[in-house]
Write a protein that binds this ligand. Sequence first.
Ligand code: GAL
Length: 833
Amino acid sequence: MKKTNLLLIILAVYTLSISGKEIHDVQSFNQNWKFTLADSTLHASAAVYNDNSWRTLNLPHDWSIESDFGKNFPASPGGGALPGGIGWYRKSFVVDKADKGKRVFIDFDGVYRNSEVWINGTSVGKRPYGYISFRYDLTPYIKFGENNLIAVKADNSKQPNSRWYSGSGIFRNVWLTILNPTHVDHWGTYITTPEINSDSAIVAIQTAIKNDDNKLRTIRVEQLLYDTRGILVGKSEGSFYVNSGTSHQYLQRIVVKKPVLWNIESPYLYKLVTRTHTLARLTDEYVTMVGIRSFKFDVNKGFILNGKQVKINGVCDHHDLGALGSAVNKRAIERQLEILKEMGCNGIRCSHNPPAPELLDLCDKMGFIVMDEAFDMWLKKKVTFDYSLDFPEWHERDLTDMILRDRNHPSIFIWSIGNEVGEQWGEGKTEDMDLQKANIQLNNKKVIETSDMELGKIGKYALLTKELVDITKSVDPTRPVSAACNGTGENNPLFQSGALDLIGFNYHEGEYAGITKRYPTKPFFVSESISALQTRGYYVMPSDSVSICPDQWDKPYSNPSQQCSAYDNCRAPWGSTHEATWKLVKKYDHIAGQFIWTGFDYLGEPTPYWWPSRSSFFGIIDLAGFPKDVYYMYQSEWTTKDVLYIFPHWNWKDGQKVDVWAYYNNADEVELYLNGQSLGKRSKTGDDLHVMWRVPFHAGTLKAVSRKKGKEVLTKEIKTAGEPVSIRLKADRPVIDADGKDLSFVTVEILDKEGNTSPLADQLVKFTVEGEGNIVGNDNGNQNDHVSLKKPERHLFYGKCLAIVQSTNKSGNIVLKAEIQGLPAQNIIITSK
Ligand code: GAL
């Protein structure tokens, strides 16, 4: 080919690549899918198939949440009492003719579970693990400029396969990524900060560059680091060869002068832009957010962030978003994190699986300390069809992919390779497992190719622990690896492996004090704690007597109320009250912190009950997002703002003795008044976390005043509510984005003629919406409500319920109307723009 022709071609390609689209072209691939729930095998994977009768929907989508709750679904109440099944998704799409010559990838953030993907009738792969993100290269199958057909099968029919509600289907985002042949590889940057001081920091960048061209290429790689104002603060540049069809790692460094550090109060993020060039042509531009921070875990001092001791005041959460099920919505996650941040919480444990990437982006942005967890089980199963069946074949790939995907998040400080895996008990306790089969498969894998002698020395589960730690460290050696263990003894093979950097205990708070004597070289943190049980708004007195439900973990429990007291006086036998564990974590410097079970109630695992309960009682916040009372205990301890919170409500029987609790801080006493009469002053002494009065109930006004050195700090009043006369609607955000995704969370309460809310109201509320929005979920936090959370009606539960309104793509007003029999209907207007 003549030189001039070649130049013309290069120029043409270059012009196309800069014609409007981002050069690193990542398009949302969520719109307009066809879906059907089909238990029988269909030929739906074929390119030509009549899917006209299927439903049209946008992703992310969770089909399980659309159903009413039912006792007999195979997932059982433990899995949320909702259906599984087999779901098929199909989408037809066109890739521009102009993109011919580029690479076309499809990226799934997660499909629950056992997914298989076909492009134009050809299978491109399967992924059993429902929480893992994965990419397929579609390039060889794409017909540029013509219709292409993606088909996805999600098989969640074999149940139970989870100890909590999983959701079903393509429940996270999907992306179509179109790149030039030379580009930054998938999850292709790895940023570390090996040296940080107040004058400067080194940002080390390892980039994997992929050359899908048919010849060796010289690739120039530019790294540009920008601060939050968009000012370039450092750059690096270099060139190297990459053979055709290979991916090559390239190391560069940028020195940042006077670095602004990432921390939980001000999570500063730099932006790194990686540019690749071949023959002077820009071929890719890839963005990585960068947080510069130093940290360590210390045996005596716990967690040190940027040289300062920080207690991890964290919570564990599952991935469901209440009434939205497991379908990811960024605003719904952000709202959860805002509610937690307001409580003073600074840590999130992604229990017990890789989270949606949006959660980690938000934790980076909002300042949380994250423990990212890979698995709830290894070889030993916990429920019949769980991931233990896939573990032998897939664990190496899944764990590697999780770390590769997540290792640039500054918010992540701990990798966890598992939660309470059966292997911690050694060879015993292997009930109900296909262990033999799994072990044969495992032993066929390279990492377990160990001599019998070695096996004899440390045992195969210790070896497996070592393998998982090695995999993790091979992808990211900068963070400690741990596992959440409830087998705390020295005979736990996970500890025996010596491979874990941190000792993580679930529960067993009696062992915290002496832990450094037992594991003198390993820092300690509480990977999971408490498991207290509460129904928002329900109180069992006397409040100073604690119910353990059941008294022993392996005994059944029943109570006709099917509720748990919201004083901090009800807990699971393996756990503790909130106050008991926090007192210890607060007291001992060597405890790096804790992750409380749980921040939010979640679907499934309705301990201590079973059906008719279908969601958990463990949350500090209920499933709808309404805080339970103990939220304010944490707020009074974990924040510096003034807190005074009294409870319960003030609607009881005349003369009934009611325990009134106050959580407070920044004051030395609280005085309580009933209808103007003082009931006395109380002060916390020792390690007390609340004060209490036992008060014979008389209707009227209960008022608390907190004082410091005699000076009033805060006043709180609760009044006896009379007959309801009106409905109150309150939106968390009255103005939302018209992007078809954003949400407004509207709280419904009813008021008496003086404006007091009715704490016991349980009326049915019916919702309708007009204008540019839809109702996408309703909830009230009641663990025993069986009506689909998608149905636009809900009973108030202890005075509250919630409607979740989503914008369409058009700006305009959204009018949400709530109707309760016997009361005037009420509207609220949400602006979408
Ligand atoms: C833990 C377990 C959690 C949850 C919790 C309930 O042992 O790790 O997943 O089941 O108990 O108390």
